[in-house]
Write a protein of this length. Structure first.
Length: 86
């Protein structure tokens, strides 16, 4: 993104691009996507990043839910064994 020719000051180099992409991901970016319509390569790169980050975050959420399910299931089996032993 930083090597593309565009007038956006927020994405002029790699650290600022990373901060801008992070702020776009967490919805703190003040600028609008409609302002990027004149730069289709930049708009495509931002959309690809947002899509990729959404997929990764959803996969992390699914992995956390799966891990918590495993722990809850193990506790449930342990409590069932304790209740049968009484």
């Amino acid at each position: 993104i930083s090597v593309l020719e565009h007038p956006y000051f927020e994405m002029r180099d790699i650290p600022n691009s990373a901060i801008a992409l992070f702020s776009i991901t967490v919805r703190l970016y003040e600028d609008d996507y409609r302002n990027m319509l004149g730069e289709p390569a930049l708009l495509a790169a931002v959309f690809i990043f947002v899509t990729f980050s959404a997929v990764v975050l959803l996969n992390l959420l699914i992995a956390q839910i799966n891990c918590s399910y495993v722990y809850i299931y193990q506790d449930m089996v342990g409590f069932a064994r304790l209740n049968r032993a009484k």
